[in-house]
Design a protein around this ligand. Sequence first.
Ligand code: HEM
Length: 433
Amino acid sequence: MAKLPGSCGYPFVSDTSIEFYRNPEEYISKRLQESSSNIFQSRLLNYKTVFVCSYDATREILEEKGRDFKHGYRSFLFNSYGDNILFEDGESASHLRGCMLPIFNDFARYESTMEKLCKQFFSSMTPGDGDNVVISNVYETFKTLMTKLCLQLFLGFDDDNSTESTESISELATLHWHGIISVPVSLKVPFAGESGWSKAVAAKDKLLDIIRDKIIIGKTKSTEACNKSVFSSLLNLPFKNDRKDIEQHVLLFISALIPKAFSSIITSFIIEMSGEEREDMREKARTDDSFLERVLLEVQRLRPPFFGGRRIAIRDTNIGGYHVPKGHAVVYVSHFAHRDEKVFKNPEKFDPDRWLNWDGPLLAADKTFTFGRGERRCIGHKLIHDILWYITKELLKNYDWSSVSTRSETPYKLLPVSRPVEVVSMTFERHGA
Ligand code: HEM
C-alpha cells in the first residue's frame, strides 16, 4: 500500500491550522499540486490529518470504510453544543438516528408550517404597484426566513405567544455561533477572542433556558394538532436520556448552522439562475421538474455549504490506495471532491445536464457529499429538499431575476459556511409586470 504524500511534521511546531483557516482553498490547492495526488497528509488542529479530495475516496470513507472511522467533531464542537448525535458513534448514534429520522422524513409534520411562513414571505415580496422587488441582501434575507422556520419547527416557537421575539433568539443563536467558530481547543484559531467565547457560553445557557421552558409548556399541551408538529414529535421520542437528549438536539437544530447552510444553497441557486443568459434555464426549470432537480443538484455540487467533514480512524485502514494509520484524522473535502475531473468533466461549469446520465434518483445525498453520505448522512436532507423545492418553484413561477454584478464577479468564501464574499443584491421582476 502506498505511503501518504505530504508530511505531518511535529506536534505544535508543524501545525498548519492558521494557514488552513485563512484560505482553505489555497491551502489545499497548493498541497495537491506539490504532492501530485488528490490525497495528502498534513497537521491540522495539531492532529495528523489526511485530506481527501477525490470523489471515489470520499465515498469510500463515508460508505464501504465508514466503520473504520468515528466522527471527528467532538474535539472542536463539543464545548459549544454539549451531548448530541454528532459526537456519538456505533450503537448510540444508530439509536438516536432511528428515533429522529421518521420525524424529519414526514412531510405532513412540517408542511403547513413551511407553507404558511413561505406564503407570508412571498406576499411580503409583492409590491403594490407592479414594480420590481429588490432583495438587497439575498443571503441574509433567506437566512432570516430559515431561522424563523427552524424556531417554529424545532422549538414550537410562536412570536405572538412568547416573551422572547424571533429577533432576540436569533441574536442569541448568532452569539452562540461566534463561539462555535472560535474553536477553543488545544490550538486556538483566531476567529473570536476570549470575550467572544464567554459571550457564546452565556448565549448557549440562555438558549437552553428558553428550550427548557418550551419543553415544559410543550409537554403539558397535547392537542391533536400540536402532536402532529415536529416539536411535539421531538418531545415524545423514546430517547434514552429523555429531557437532556431533547434539549441538546433542539439546541443543535435551532443553532445558526442550519439557516446559514440553507441560505447558502438558495443564494447560490439564485445567483446561478440569474440574468438574461440563464433565461432559457429558468424557463425550462419552470415547466420541467426533472430539470429543476438537476439544477438543484448542480448548485449543491458546485457550492456545498460545508467545505467537508471530519473523521478519526479507529483502526489501521486504507483509503484511495493509501495506508491511513489508526488515530489519524481524515478530512473529506466535498468542495474538491465535487470538482474531481475524473468524475466531473469541466468541473467549474454550471451544467445541470451533466446529471442526465447518472442512475437513480436525483437526490443530492445520493450523488454529492453536500449532505454527507452512507450511515451518517444528514437526517434533515429531505426536509431541506422539500423547502428548497417549494421556494425555488415559487420564485420561478412568479419572477425573473438579475443582479448588477455578474456570476464571475461573485467570489465565495468557503468557511465556516460557503457564501459570496460581498453582499449580493438581486432585482426580481414579476412575470407580466
Ligand atoms: C442545507 C442544510 C443542511 C446541510 C447542508 C447539512 C449537511 C449535513 C452533512 C454534510 C452532514 C454529515 C456530516 C458528516 O457525516 O460528517 C449532516 C449530518 C447531520 N445533519 Fe444536516 N445538513 C443540513 C440541514 C439539516 C437539518 C435541517 C437537520 C435537522 C433538523 C440536520 C441534522 C443533521 C444531523 C442530526 C446530522 C448528524 C447525523 C449523524 O451523525 O448520524 N441537518 N448534515
